[in-house]
Design a protein around this ligand. Structure first.
Ligand code: FE2
Length: 449
C-alpha cells in the first residue's frame, strides 16, 4: 500500500476528506438537526460559531464551523502579555522589524533538539515576509521541544494557519475538534484560532512550521492531469469529536497574537466540544500517500508537479505559499539531465529534509533537520558532485530518494531572515557556495577544437 510504515501505531479515529463538509458527535444526539443555533441545543450545550473566512466569502472558499460545547470559548479572564523572553516567535516583541532580506544562498546545519522547552516555547521564527496584522504573508519556524505542554494549557495562533512538518518524534495533539496523532512523514494543519495542546509521547520532537497569515491551504489545480493524483482529497484525515468534562480546573489559554504571546485563565477545559459540523477544522496527511507524477519521455516537469497544498495569492497561479515534496520516485527520462536544472526563481524557496538524502545534493551538507533558503532570484541548482554524476551516468530507469523526504515552502514573496536564523542559531554554513557551485568548471569547447 502507498502509505508510510510508522513506528508509532495510530491511536485515534478520523473522518476522511479535504475540504469536505464534516460532522461528528461524541455523544449521540449532540448535533442539532437542521438548525445551527436552536433555542435549546441538545443536552444543555452552548452553540458557538468559528469563522475561518468572512461570512460572505464566495461559497467555494467559505469555511465556517459550528461547535456544540460545555462552555463557550469566551468564558475566560482577560488576556495578559507574557514576557518576550519566554517566547521566541518574535525578536524583542518586534516581529517584523528584524527581518533581513539578503540575496545569499543560505543553508543551515541540523537544528538542535531542545529538551527543556514545550511546544509553545520551542517555536523559533527563522524567516518570513508580510504582516499578520494585515493578514498578508508567511512565517517560517523551526521547532524543537522536549516537554509536553502543561496538562492544563492550550495554545492558539490568531496570526495564521500552522502547517506543521514533523521531522523527529511524535506529536499527540488534543484540539477543540478532537485528537490528532502526528508522526514523521505526516503533516498537520491547524487553522487560525483553533485551540490545541501538544504532548510528546515519544520524547523530543523537532520540525518546521509554515504559518500562513492569509487565506487557507487548498489542493492545487490539476489541469490536464485530470481528476486524481498528487495529494488525493480522501487521504486527508480529520478528527472526530472528543471532549473532556472538566469545569473545576484552572486552565491557561495561550494566544499568539501578532507574534506576541498572551495568556488568559479560565476554570474549565477548552477541549469541551461534544459535537461539531462545518468546513473549518484541523487535519493531517501522510506524505507517503502522495501520488507522484513525472516525465515518461524526456526532461522533467517544473517542481510544481510535486505540490501537496497551495495557498494562492490574489493573482491566479501565483502562490503565497506552496508546500512541495520530493518523495521517492522513479526517473526514467531518456537523454535528460535528471536532477533539477540550474535556475533563478521569481519565487523564494525554503527547503527542509525530514529524512534520508535529497537527490539534488550529494555532497552531504543538506541533512535531515537542516534547511536551505534560496531567495527571490538567487541562483542555485545541483552541487558540482551531483552535476558530474548526473551528466555522465548511464541513463537506465532509476529509483531516487528511497527512504527520503525533502520538502519546500515556496513563496512569491521575498523572504527575510531573523537574527535568530542568521546568527543566534549558529547553524548557517559559511561554505555553502564554496562546496556547491564554486567548484563547477567551464566545460565549453568551441566546435572544431
Ligand atoms: Fe530551486
Amino acid at each position: 500500500m502507498p502509505t508510510t510504515t510508522f513506528e508509532t501505531p495510530e491511536k485515534y479515529e478520523y473522518q476522511n476528506g479535504f475540504d469536505s463538509y464534516h460532522e461528528t458527535e461524541a455523544v449521540k444526539g449532540a448535533l442539532p438537526i437542521a438548525a445551527n443555533s436552536p433555542q435549546k441545543p441538545p443536552y444543555g450545550l452552548y452553540a458557538e460559531k468559528l469563522s475561518g473566512t468572512s461570512f460572505t466569502a464566495p461559497r467555494h472558499e467559505n469555511k465556517q464551523s459550528w461547535l456544540y460545547r460545555i462552555l463557550p470559548a469566551a468564558a475566560h479572564e482577560p488576556f495578559e502579555p507574557r514576557e518576550s523572553s519566554s517566547f521566541t516567535t518574535n525578536s524583542e516583541n518586534k516581529p517584523h522589524d528584524k527581518f533581513q532580506q539578503i540575496p545569499n544562498q543560505l543553508r543551515w546545519d541540523p537544528f538542535d533538539l531542545d529538551e527543556k522547552v514545550d511546544w509553545v516555547n520551542s517555536l523559533h521564527l527563522v524567516a518570513g515576509a508580510g504582516d499578520p496584522t494585515i493578514k498578508s504573508g508567511i512565517g517560517v519556524f523551526i521547532f524543537a521541544a522536549g516537554r509536553s505542554m502543561d496538562e492544563h494549557e492550550a495554545f492558539y495562533s490568531a496570526d495564521g494557519d500552522f502547517l506543521i512538518v514533523l521531522q523527529h518524534g511524535v506529536l499527540d495533539i488534543v484540539t477543540e475538534f478532537g485528537n490528532l496523532l502526528v508522526r514523521p512523514n505526516e503533516i498537520t494543519v491547524i487553522p487560525r484560532g483553533i485551540r490545541y495542546r501538544i504532548s510528546l509521547p515519544a520524547g523530543p520532537v523537532r520540525g518546521y512550521v509554515l504559518e500562513l497569515y492569509q487565506g487557507h491551504f487548498r489542493l492545487p489545480e490539476l489541469g490536464p492531469i485530470g481528476s486524481n493524483c498528487l495529494a488525493n482529497a480522501r487521504d486527508f484525515q480529520v478528527p472526530v469529536a472528543a471532549f473532556e468534562e472538566d469545569t473545576s480546573t484552572t486552565w491557561h489559554i495561550l494566544a499568539k497574537f501578532n507574534g506576541r504571546l498572551f495568556s488568559a485563565k479560565q476554570d474549565h477545559s477548552p477541549f469541551d466540544v461534544v459535537a461539531w459540523h462545518g468546513l473549518y477544522y484541523p487535519y493531517k496527511y501522510d506524505l507517503g500517500r502522495f501520488n507522484t507524477i513525472g516525465s515518461i519521455s524526456y526532461d522533467h516537469p517544473d517542481p510544481s508537479i510535486f505540490t501537496v497544498l497551495t495557498a494562492p495569492s490574489d493573482h491566479g497561479g501565483t502562490a503565497v505559499a506552496d508546500f512541495v515534496i520530493f518523495p521517492p520516485r522513479w526517473l526514467v527520462q531518456e537523454d535528460t539531465f535528471r536532477p533539477p536544472w540550474y535556475h533563478r526563481n521569481t519565487m523564494s524557496e525554503f527547503m527542509g529534509l525530514i529524512h534520508g538524502q535529497y537527490d539534488a545534493k550529494m555532497a552531504g551538507g543538506f541533512q535531515p533537520a537542516g534547511a536551505s533558503l534560496h531567495n527571490v532570484m538567487s541562483a542555485h541548482g545541483p552541487d558540482a558532485a551531483t552535476f558530474e554524476k548526473a551528466s555522465t551516468v548511464e541513463l537506465t530507469p532509476a529509483r531516487v530518494g528511497e527512504g527520503s523526504m525533502a520538502f519546500m515552502f515556496e513563496s512569491c514573496l521575498m523572504v527575510g531572515v531573523t537574527d535568530w536564523g542568521l546568527q543566534k542559531c549558529s547553524k548557517v554554513q559559511e561554505d555553502y557556495n564554496a562546496e556547491s557551485w564554486i567548484p563547477l568548471r567551464p566545460r565549453f569547447k568551441r566546435p572544431g577544437n
